[in-house]
Each structure stands twice: as structure tokens, then as C-alpha cells.
Design a protein around this ligand. Sequence first.
Ligand code: PLP
Length: 522
Amino acid sequence: MANPTGWKPSMEKESGSGGTAGDVGAGGATRGLAYEEPLVFEHAASERVGASLPAVTGKVDPAKEIPAALLRGEIEGMPSLAELDVVRHFTRLSTWNHGIDTGFYPLGSCTMKYNPKSSEAAARLPGFAAAHPLLPDEMCQGSLELMFKLERALSEISGFAATTISPAAGAHGELTGVMMIRAYHLARGNARKKVLIPDTAHGTNPATAALNGYRTVEVKSGPDGRLHPEAVKAAMDEEVAAIMITNPNTLGVFESDIAAIAEIVHAKGGLVYGDGANLNALLGVARPGDMGFDVMQFNLHKTFATPHGGGGPGSGPVAVKASLVPFLPLPLVVQEGPAYRLVTDPKERPQSIGRLREFHGNMGMFVRAWALIRELGPEGLRRCAELAVLNANYVRARLRDVYHLPYETDSLHEVVFTDKLQKGADISTMDVAKRLIDHGFHPPTVYFPLVVSGALMIEPTETEAKETLDAFVAGMRAIAEQARSDPDGLHAAPQKPVRARLDEVRAARKPVLRWTPGMKVE
Ligand SMILES: *Cc1c(COP(=O)(O)O)cnc(C)c1O
């Protein structure tokens, strides 16, 4: 097939080439110096040690002074390694990782974008990074001021009255939001029984409702991928505490009837919860608070400059309308004259849902987010949304003739394809995803959202350049071509990584997470 960009798939290159200028995001995957690396326990045990401490000569023998119960015994088979062995071991392992600093990472819904290193530098300032969370207010006024200003900025960006920054992640923010919804209804005498959830929702939405004791009721989206007011109306009654909506939804489609839907829910006394994980699509352009949402969580690790992945740390601030302000969790930062104070005493906020966690949130993430918001300003934030939407639509336009697009409705910041056109050749979404690794790209999100069979969900993000998108498109097109010409080759992908296709079922069902003495690792 004609290659419109002249980009060469990485496997056509000679092995050992280190990649050349122009191989943006791909092709640099030389294997010449990618070492096979055994477990550190499998390194031949030697008499080397990683420290040189002076021999114990004084009167005090630490081994006798420390209570026996606190002394560690010998570990059978424990390798004995020099510092250099250990440093090389972990450094080599680190080269097996793919991260946003290594290449393109188009996971849909997750928003894996490049985050500026200036935010990292700010987060590491010792005044913030080394402040103990139990410092008295007067000794951490700078941190409190930053927390206060971040809460105000997030409220303004999203169109809400107030924001709590305590929650530790998006899902924790959802939990917080629905706890407040429950407290709000309880204060009116009836917690209600049900929460409405569209069929495109992220799994954390129904999980959140269930954790709060609500029964979830699924609302089907229409053939255009959108939620229709009639479907909400049919499911809505006075037992419904809330509807949880992601906008744009997880198909990347804007819920254009959101105002009408909010009106239907409000008319029966329900509240509208917004899953704000897709805020990247709206930043500086539209405000969820203006669309009828009563409460919404942010994912600072998706939208506001915290590297995402590897399990944390996250931050899921929650913004609320005035009706929910009394229920906000503690602690809260308030401004009193020129000073800032942390409200921790429930007596000051009798209707608060209470404390969510031991401390006040992940400070480093607050600093990163605040630094980004200040750096970009309103115009820069708007530009983020515009470029995120442009990039997703560029990928959509350049792939739609070779991959099936399940919804014709316009996409915002992410686009969902399927494997329907490849099914005839017995090629699945999993094969496409695995082959992308050989082309030097992290696969997109696969098999989500669940309403789309064989979904491939691509979110390029606003931080990627056109050259990277072109290289990705070329890789995806080469795979579509290979599905026709060499399907078996696709089934055997990936070929290039140190580990090829893993047995994912076994990995999920029988994970081996810990080394034990004498264990044989295959
Ligand atoms: C990521 C995501 C969540 C959950 O956020 P975490 O920070 O991973 O807990 C919820 N909803 C949607 C739509 C998401 O993409």
C-alpha cells in the first residue's frame, strides 16, 4: 500500500540502528543493547557486598543491643551483590518500560499526555515537598495559600461554587461526590435508592454508586452514541438519587442534550453527577457547572500536569454547586484576613461527610496543577482543549477508511474504532494492539467502552505533534494492510519487545507477584 508520509515501519529497519531524526515516536527500538535481565535473585550469588562499613570494634555490639524480635534473620538464597550490579539491574529493567517520556501513549479515557517538567520542578521545591502534613497552620501558610488558590481556580474553570482537593484519585472523587449526594438527600429526609448510569460509563461509576448503597440502573445510549432525554425520562423517578454522566462520554461524543437531561433529573429532585475525567475536551471552552451538573470530580493526573500511570499518586478534586457546599469533606482551607486556616473540626462543619483520608491530599499534585494553570492561563487552557480535539479528529479522519468507525457522531478528544473490518481475516483488536508495539507505539485502550464490540479507543492528547500522529497513523495503516496480506504474522505479534505475547489470562488468574526461595521462574 502507498505510504503517504514516507514513514518506514520500524521492523523494516536494520536491527541495531538507533533510529534517525524523523523517526518520531517509532523506529528507535534497537535491540542491540536491550539486555535480557534475570531477576535480581537469579544473579549468581557472590561474596560481593554493596556497602563497606567499618567493623564493630567499640564496646557496643548492635546485634546485642537490639531486641532479638526486631533483628532480621538470614534470608535463604538472598543474593549478595555489589552496588554496580544492583544499579545496573534496576537501570536495565527501567529500559523495559514504556512511558510518555519514551514515546506516544494514546490510551483513551486515561489521558496519557506529556506534562511539563516545570511543574515537576515546582513540586520538588523543598518548601512544598518537605512540609510535614502535621505542621501547624502558621508554619505552612504558603502551602495553604496554594491549596486555597487551586480550589478557587478549579471552581472557576469548571463553573462550580467550591472544590475539595482531598480525594486521592478520580474514583475516590466519585466516592466523595456520591457520599455528598447521599448526605444531601438524607438531610431532606430520604437518601433515595437508585443511581442512573449510561451504558457508556466507566466501571468506576456503577462501583461508586454500589459502594454508597445505591442500586444502579443502566440507561441505554442511542445509535449515535449519545444519551437521549426520553431514555432518562423513562428511568427517572423520585427514588433516583442521581444520574452519573461523563461529558464528553467515553466514546468521545459530546452529550449535547445535557441541559435537557439535567432538567428532567432536577424536576424529580435528583442530582446530576459529572465524571470529569474527560475535562481535557472542554477546558476553557465550556464549563460543566453551566450545563446543569451539581457535582463533578477532576482527575488532576489526566488534565493538570501530573504524570499518570504506575499506580499513583493521583488526585481527584471534587467541585460542587452551592447546594452541596455544607457537605464538603474536611479538611477545608479557608481564608481569614491575610491568613489561611485548615478547618479540621467537624463542629465547624456539622453537615460535612467528614475526613476521607489521613492527611489533606497529595500536595505535589496540587503544586503541579497550580503551576500548570498559572503557566497556561485561560488562553493556554483553551488551547489544550482545542488541540486535544483537533488531534483526535485528525487521527479519526486519517484512519476511518481502514478501520470501522462505530459512530458517525463527531468526536471530541478521543475516537473509538473497532476491529470489524479486520474480523474477516480473523484479526482482532488484540492483534492490532500487539502489532503496534512492534511499530514503536504503546497500544490504545482496547475493549472499552463495553458497548462497542472490539473497541480500539485512541486519545492522542494535545501534547503530540503532527509528525508523531502521522507516524502512528502509518503504523495503524500498515497493520490494516498486514491483516489482509499476512494475518498469521499479526497473530504472532509483537516480535520486537524483550518479552513477546504474554499469556494474559494466566497472568491475571495466577499472578506470581513475589519471589520465594528456590522458586523456578519461566
Ligand atoms: C480514569 C477515569 C476514571 C477513574 O479515575 P482514577 O483516577 O483512575 O480513579 C473515572 N471515569 C473515567 C471516565 C475515567 O477515564
